[in-house]
Write a protein that binds this ligand. Structure first.
Ligand code: PGA
Length: 253
């Protein structure tokens, strides 16, 4: 069975005291992760070590960086290497979030290099893809997303792809309160799986977890996650509220 994943993306929010309190509140709320389920917390870099320590020994919980360098080490002021991340016990890295693509000009080729770097360190990439509103309105979202996958992931071996999580996040649904309908999500997720299948074979594509992101909240998680190709969510705003995020974890099938 494919892994079902609830991934929190805190983005650039919370002070240290609030971050610690949010983790404490989440831990205090009842949730049990089944063996095929995972909760991942993509926290700001200064809190990674704290989050790793807070969840130490808890099976099914991963801690993610929100970005990393494509370089191994050296004179890259302000950057964070995968070696640093593994050395403190981080397990995942979110790559290619639309905010990084838009504000920090990360393109498909750069993300291909980052994906390689993350995989080479034994970390799990959560590779984000998704189209802007203009592309959705033009009806060319499938081509757009297929290109992102081809340019950034299709050089991977099947073995490497199997270590990768994909998050489909339509940009028009991020932070807007405007969720894709479960039909729209399912349609794109099925297309992504089919595209992966054409390159790697259906058996491999079948094992890849594809998360949906964009205004996921407790109120819509069950419906979204009940779609056959939606394997969980990458959650921004709602992941900053303990009750919301725990309800989203509990909505995993
Ligand atoms: P949102 O963000 O849940 O606040 O829409 C999702 C994301 O950007 O990962």
């Amino acid at each position: 069975m494919r892994k079902k994943i609830a991934a929190a993306n805190w983005k650039m929010n919370l002070g240290a005291t609030e971050a610690q309190a949010l983790i404490t509140d989440i831990q205090a709320l009842p949730h049990a992760l089944k063996p095929h389920q995972e909760a991942v917390f993509a926290v700001p870099a200064p809190y990674l070590a704290m989050a790793v320590a807070a969840f130490k020994g808890k099976t099914g919980v991963g801690i993610a960086a929100q970005n990393c360098s494509d370089k191994a080490s050296g004179a890259y002021t302000g950057e964070i290497s995968v070696g640093m991340l593994t050395s403190i016990g981080v397990s995942h890295v979110v790559l290619g979030h639309s905010e990084r693509r838009e504000y920090f000009h990360e393109d498909n080729a750069w993300l291909a290099a980052k994906t390689d770097r993350v995989l080479s360190a034994g970390l799990t990439p959560i590779f984000c893809c998704g189209e802007p509103l203009s592309v959705r309105e033009a009806g060319t979202q499938n081509d757009f997303v297929a290109q992102q996958l081809k340019d950034s992931l299709f050089h991977l071996t099947a073995e490497e792809l199997l270590k990768t999580v994909i998050a489909y996040e339509p940009i028009w649904a991020i932070g807007t309160g405007k969720t894709a309908s479960s039909e729209q999500a399912q349609e794109m997720h099925a297309f992504i799986r089919q595209t992966l299948g054409q390159q790697y074979g259906a058996e491999t594509a079948d094992q890849i977890s594809i998360l949906y992101g964009g205004s996921v909240k407790a109120a819509n998680a069950v419906e979204l996650f009940s779609q056959p190709d939606v394997d969980g969510g990458l959650v921004g705003g709602a992941s900053l509220v303990a009750t919301e995020f725990v309800a989203i974890i509990n909505a995993l099938p």
